[in-house]
Design a protein around this ligand. Structure first.
Ligand SMILES: [Zn+2]
Ligand SMILES: [Zn+2]
Length: 330
C-alpha cells in the first residue's frame, strides 16, 4: 500500500507510491550525453574567452590562468544597476528588479563535473560560495541569498560549462519564511532545533543514511520529494552557511564529491539541482533554522497532481534509494 509521509521541516506531505515504485536501478538514465570536449572556443566560460563575460568580481588564480571565476550574470534575472523601489498600485504590489545575480565558473575545463573534481578544488568552490554569500548579504536592500547549481539540460541549464549561480533577492521567499516559522513553532514547543531533532532521528534510525562523518550527514529524507532526493546536513547547529569552518569545508567537499559520484556511477550521470538553504548571516545564532544542502536528481517529471496540490508523488522508497547509494562503491 502507498503511504503519505509528512516532511516535518517543509510541512509537505509526500505520497510514497509503493505500488508504482521502481527498483533503484530502474532510475538509471541511459541517455545520449554528448561527449563534451575539454575546451570549446565558442564557450564564454572557457579560458581565453574571459572578455565575453561581464567584468570579473573575483578569481582563484592558478599559474597564469585561474581555477574559479565569479562574474555577474550577463543575462541577470535581477540587477544591482536598478534602484530598489517599491510601488504599490492599489492591490498590485511591485518592486523594481533590483538584486544580485552572479555566476561562479567552477573550473576552466569545459567538460569537468563536481563528481570528477579533486576534493581540494571542491573545497575552494565552497569557500568561494561563502565569500560571495557574505558579500552579497552586505549589500543594502538584499533580503535573501540563494546559492544553487543546475546540472544538465533537464535541470534547467543551457550552458554546459560547469557553473553555479548565486542570486540575492529584495524579498524573503515564502519557502524560507515557512521553514523558519515551523522551526519557531517547534522551538516554542520543545526548546530545541527542529532540524537537529530530525537529524538525530535519522542517525538513530540509520536506514536512510548514505554517508556519516565527523561534521556532516548525507541522507535521503524520510519524506523525500522525488527519487534520490538527498540532504546534506551539518551536525553542528547553526542557522547560516556563512559560519562554516575550514575543517567543515573540507568535510563538506568530501560529502559533495561522494554523493555526486554515487549519482554519476549508480544512476548514469543524471541531471540534478542542488541548493544551499540558509538563513541570513545576521541570524547565525538563531535556533529556528539550521542550514543544509538539498540535492534533487531530475529522474522523474512533476505533473498536474504536484502543480494542483503542492504535494509530490515519489515513485521510489527512500530506504531503498539510500541502501542503493550506500552500496554504490565510489
Ligand atoms: Zn566552456
Ligand atoms: Zn539545528
Amino acid at each position: 500500500m502507498s503511504e503519505l509521509r509528512l516532511n516535518l521541516i517543509t510541512r509537505e506531505w509526500v505520497v510514497i507510491a509503493t505500488e508504482r515504485a521502481k527498483r533503484p536501478e530502474e532510475f538509471r538514465k541511459i541517455k545520449n550525453k554528448k561527449n563534451l570536449p575539454e575546451y570549446l572556443d565558442t564557450c564564454p566560460f572557457c579560458p581565453g574567452n574571459e572578455q565575453r563575460t561581464p567584468d570579473e568580481i573575483m578569481r582563484i588564480p592558478y599559474g597564469d590562468s585561474w581555477k574559479i571565476r565569479v562574474t555577474p550574470n550577463k543575462f541577470a534575472a535581477l540587477s544591482p544597476e536598478v534602484k530598489r523601489e517599491r510601488k504599490n498600485e492599489g492591490r498590485r504590489h511591485i518592486i523594481t528588479g533590483f538584486g544580485k545575480h552572479e555566476i561562479i565558473i567552477e573550473s576552466p575545463i569545459h567538460n569537468m563535473s563536481i563528481a570528477g573534481m579533486p576534493v581540494d578544488d571542491i573545497a575552494a568552490l565552497i569557500r568561494t560560495y561563502r565569500e560571495r554569500f557574505d558579500a552579497i548579504y552586505q549589500e543594502p536592500g538584499i533580503e535573501h541569498v540563494i546559492i544553487f547549481k543546475n546540472y544538465g539540460e533537464g535541470a534547467g541549464t543551457s550552458l554546459l560549462h560547469p557553473h553555479s549561480q548565486i542570486i540575492g533577492t529584495p524579498v524573503t521567499p515564502l519557502q524560507v519564511r515557512h521553514r523558519i516559522e515551523e522551526g519557531m513553532r517547534y522551538f516554542d514547543n520543545t526548546g530545541g532545533c527542529l532540524m537537529c531533532s530530525c537529524l538525530n532521528d535519522e542517525i538513530s534510525d540509520g536506514r536512510r543514511i548514505v554517508l556519516d562523518t565527523e561534521h556532516f550527514v548525507t541522507f535521503v529524507p524520510f519524506a523525500a520529494l522525488s527519487p534520490f532526493h538527498t540532504w546534506i546536513f551539518p551536525k553542528r547547529h547553526c542557522a547560516t552557511f556563512s559560519s562554516i569552518t575550514e575543517e567543515e569545508v573540507k568535510d563538506l567537499a568530501y560529502h559533495l564529491k561522494t554523493i555526486l559520484l554515487k549519482f554519476y556511477d549508480g544512476l548514469e550521470d543524471p541531471d540534478f539541482n542542488y541548493i544551499i538553504r540558509s538563513e541570513n548571516p545576521k541570524e547565525c545564532a538563531s535556533e529556528y533554522f539550521h542550514w543544509y544542502i538539498s540535492i534533487v536528481p531530475r529522474l522523474t517529471q512533476t505533473a498536474g497532481f504536484e502543480l494542483g496540490s503542492g504535494m509530490y508523488i515519489n515513485t521510489s522508497i527512500p530506504e531503498e534509494s539510500a541502501e542503493f547509494l550506500r552500496k554504490t562503491k565510489v
